[in-house]
Design a protein around this ligand. Structure first.
Ligand SMILES: CC(C)(COP(=O)(O)OP(=O)(O)OC[C@H]1O[C@@H](n2cnc3c(N)ncnc32)[C@H](O)[C@@H]1OP(=O)(O)O)[C@@H](O)C(=O)NCCC(=O)NCCS
Length: 271
């Protein structure tokens, strides 16, 4: 596992990607999550061959109904897989079976573990890829977005981003503009999800561009109206996606692991 403190600064970290310095690797057989650690998992939902009966039986009634309400079969499978992997990971950390993991939604909608647990988590999914982040004694938020080139990102940036961020996007090389847009987007969402607020009008007010503090490998952002500071990290490259992580305190270690096949992921009870 890498220490995040060793990775160097970029000259303009607010517009370029922040160098976390790790890559997505296969997890050790028994990763341990202790205070100061962050574990981030990446799961390619479309490439996982899971027994659908096992998946469905691990989920709650409410998760099954939410999946059933989705219009397209592909979205239903992605949703089921995303929640199954979440439950499998939580169950593995908590030493219980996926179906026994109890979650509740806080005011604002953020799912948390029911009962007196110190473990926190957040997940995000986009176009067949899910990302999960786990910590202890901290608030955590994560966001992933697929880079879509069919959107009017200038228009969205003008509406939802701070003026300084729009300027940064415009100043980037034309081929980098869309990547910068999505990088800012996931940073903002990660902060809002860590704070448990959801999007609302928050995207416009969380500054992750020019005006926030830039540390060697991360940014420090604030949700206006609150004194809380959030530490924002760009996650390692995922082709076609951008992803970011936000926490209230600076972690000692961030480990990034991928779930590729069930064989290299003993946490999942794959059939
Ligand atoms: C929650 C929200 C941020 C999700 O963003 P998204 O990009 O559409 O979806 P993502 O894939 O990144 O994240 C979804 C996951 O985040 C988690 N989540 C849901 N609500 C959340 C919240 N308020 N904060 C943090 N995480 C949340 C869930 O695990 C959810 O997964 P699920 O929908 O499969 O159950 C967005 O839907 C939203 O803004 N909702 C409105 C909430 C709101 O207005 N709250 C007001 C009070 S402050």
């Amino acid at each position: 596992m890498n220490s995040r403190l060793v990775y160097g600064a970029r000259s303009d970290a607010s517009v370029t990607r922040l160098g976390l310095g790790c890559e997505w690797t296969v997890a050790p057989f028994e990763p341990r999550l202790t205070r100061g650690d962050v574990h981030v998992w990446l799961a390619p939902l479309d490439r996982m061959s899971l027994d659908q009966e096992t998946v469905r039986s691990a989920l709650s009634e409410s998760e099954r109904s939410r999946a059933a309400a989705l219009r397209y079969p592909r979205d239903r499978v992605r949703f089921l897989h995303a929640h199954f992997v979440l439950r499998s990971l939580l169950g593995w950390y908590l030493r219980t079976s996926p179906r026994h993991v109890q979650m509740v939604a806080r005011d604002g909608g953020k799912p948390v573990l029911a009962g007196p647990s110190t473990m926190t988590f957040n997940m995000s999914h986009s176009e067949g890829v899910a990302i999960y982040a786990f910590a202890v004694h901290d608030e955590i938020g994560v966001d992933i977005q697929s880079i879509r080139d069919d959107i009017h990102f200038h228009r969205i940036a003008n509406r939802y981003f701070a003026p300084s961020e729009v300027q940064r996007i415009m100043r980037a090389d034309s081929s980098d503009q869309i990547h910068t847009f999505f990088q800012y987007w996931v940073r903002k969402e990660a902060v809002l999800k860590a704070a448990g607020c959801g999007l609302g009008d928050g995207l416009v007010t969380v500054d992750v561009g020019q005006d926030c503090r830039v540390e060697p490998d991360h940014l420090v952002a604030r949700v206006p109206g609150s004194n809380e500071l959030w530490h924002v990290f760009d996650l390692p490259a995922i082709t076609g996606y951008r992803a970011a992580l936000a926490l209230r305190s600076v972690p000692r270690h961030i480990a990034c692991w991928r779930v590729s096949q069930c064989e290299d992921f003993p946490v999942l009870t794959c059939q």
